[in-house]
Design a protein around this ligand. Structure first.
Ligand SMILES: [Cu+2]
Length: 181
């Protein structure tokens, strides 16, 4: 092996890990995109966020917009950061804002359903850790289609003190919904 070739071999080997990582990232991103388009029954997720918690806080909420191409239901949620996670609905009963667990939330075909403070939300209870802004938590959503088939969607959801951008657009005099268990 001549000297020049030896050097270029070293250069090649030295560069390889970087190239390999870049290629892997690209292919896994593409794989994810492929998986998404192949499993198109799964709804599109937008603006997902989990409200941050303070030390000692027991519960919080996760929020997002879901748009499904075909009619289905969101029937469950789970996350390793909470002992219990439920799909909740919050609405006024007389003068009191109450929330309750629901068996499922309909996602009509082509319609965007919003999970937000004061409405449907994903309730995370018995928090196992403090959720700090800027971190993210794994969240698994369970959907059931019209045939009864269940599919899971794994998400990594950002933790924040408020909704990503919509907060500024919300009317300032809107009542802050009670959110206690
Ligand atoms: Cu709730």
């Amino acid at each position: 092996m001549d000297h020049t070739r030896y050097l270029s071999l070293i250069a090649f080997v030295a560069l390889m890990p970087l190239t390999a990582v870049a290629a892997q990232n690209t292919s896994s991103a593409e794989a994810a995109a492929d998986a998404r388009s192949q499993s198109e029954p799964l709804p599109k997720v937008e603006g997902a966020w989990v409200r941050s918690s303070v030390p000692g806080q027991q519960g919080t909420g996760a929020f997002m917009k879901l748009t499904s191409r075909q009619a289905m239901q969101l029937v469950g949620v789970s996350t390793p950061v909470a002992g219990t996670a439920e799909v909740h609905e919050m609405k006024m009963q007389g003068d009191i804002m109450r929330m309750r667990q629901v068996a499922g939330v309909d996602l009509p075909a082509g319609q965007t359903v919003e999970f937000k403070p004061g409405g449907y939300h994903l309730m995370l209870m018995d928090l196992k850790q403090t959720l700090k802004p800027g971190t993210s938590v794994p969240l698994t959503l369970v959907f059931r289609d019209a045939q009864g088939t269940e599919r899971k969607l794994e998400l990594k959801v950002a933790v924040a003190t408020q909704a990503p951008a919509a907060a500024a657009a919300a009317p300032k005099d809107a009542p802050e919904p009670m959110h206690k268990h």
